[in-house]
Design a protein around this ligand. Structure first.
Ligand code: ZN
Length: 332
């Protein structure tokens, strides 16, 4: 495999900028924003390519967008407006006054605005201090979300309602497709999406409310393909109907989350550390110490412990370096 090299020298960047400036009707800052975005797209493609996750083709964006640099925006928090400079003397003004979210973002700070063809995305940021009192390890399964935290015990979240949404719409979509009714088919696709989204939002909001001051630890599903192929197949089966990535993403938006390496989480004995070879059935049985426990429970314990161990390791490493980050991490 060849390692793609992305040119970063000053001369190249200068030439690139000059080239793009030739037919740029907008303010020069926009060109810099475009270059920055292009670099970040190339960089993430490069990383994915090196990990075998992206093909050897130039990355393309499906829908165009523009990231608005802070220097191109003027924000009036009193009037709740953002003025974006398109070119000298020409502006685009957006307001979030009287929007449905106005009260929710009071005293928050506006981040980098993204302009799309049909809409504008305004990220709002706020900072609050959260005292972490609990760490819950969550095992993401096809029909359930299974958690563990010592002061609570085991937590079981039933995901069958989400499955039934999927099954109902799979049938409806199949019928529409068989009859060749494209519009109806697309209507079902949209409805399914909406119902799924609604379920995920309610699930995340519920978990956030029930478990406050908590770090929710999940398996890092991006690392999943790296484990053996047979197990990857099992995982795929698990993820076929349950939109785990969307659930994890939503959880990150509403609560504190962390992700750990998913390998062996349901094959390692939480009592003695022995790793069993095969994983068949719902019950975990340790040949060394004799522990017998539900597989999802085993996984949730391991996921939680893995996070805590990683955190301890990082702290130790930072302390050994004696760097100022050590201080920061200790205070965290
Ligand atoms: Zn054991």
């Amino acid at each position: 495999m060849h390692v793609p090299i992305i040119p970063r020298d000053r001369a190249f960047k200068k030439r690139l900028r000059e080239e793009l400036m030739k037919d740029n009707p907008y303010a020069a800052h926009w060109v810099d924003a475009v270059i920055r975005t292009a670099y970040s797209i190339m960089e993430s493609w490069r990383k994915r390519y090196l990990r075998g996750r992206a093909r050897k083709v130039k990355p393309r964006i499906r829908r165009r967008f523009a990231r608005c640099k802070i220097t191109l925006m003027k924000i009036d928090y009193q009037a709740r407006t953002i003025r974006i400079t398109l070119k000298q003397g020409e502006y685009l003004t957006i307001s979030w006054r009287s929007t449905w979210f106005e009260h929710r973002v009071r005293d928050w700070i506006v981040g980098e605005v993204i302009i799309k063809d049909d809409r504008i995305v305004i990220p709002f940021k706020s900072s609050e201090e959260i005292y972490v009192r609990r760490v819950i390890g969550w095992d993401s399964n096809e029909l359930s979300l299974d958690g563990y935290e010592p002061s609570i015990g085991f937590i079981h979240v039933d995901l069958k309602p989400l499955q039934s949404i999927k099954i109902v719409y799979e049938r409806k979509k199949a019928i529409a497709q068989r009859k060749g009714r494209r519009e109806l088919y697309e209507k079902y696709v949209r409805r399914e999406r909406n119902r799924e989204k609604d379920f995920i939002n309610k699930l995340s909001a519920g978990l956030r409310m029930l478990f406050q001051n908590t770090i929710h630890v999940f398996e890092d599903l991006d690392k999943e393909d790296l484990v053996s192929r047979k197990r990857a197949k099992n995982r795929r089966k698990r993820n076929a109907r349950t939109p785990w990535k969307r659930i994890h993403k939503r959880m990150s938006e509403v609560a504190l989350t962390a992700y750990v390496d998913p390998s062996n989480t349901s094959r390692e004995c939480p009592r003695c550390g022995y790793v069993v070879e095969t994983q068949e059935g719902q019950i975990f049985e340790c040949p060394r110490c004799g522990l017998k426990m539900g597989r999802h429970k085993v996984a949730s314990i391991n996921i939680r412990r893995r996070y805590l161990e990683e955190k301890r390791r990082k702290k130790r490493r930072a302390r050994m370096r004696g760097s100022p980050t050590a201080m920061n991490q200790r205070s965290l």
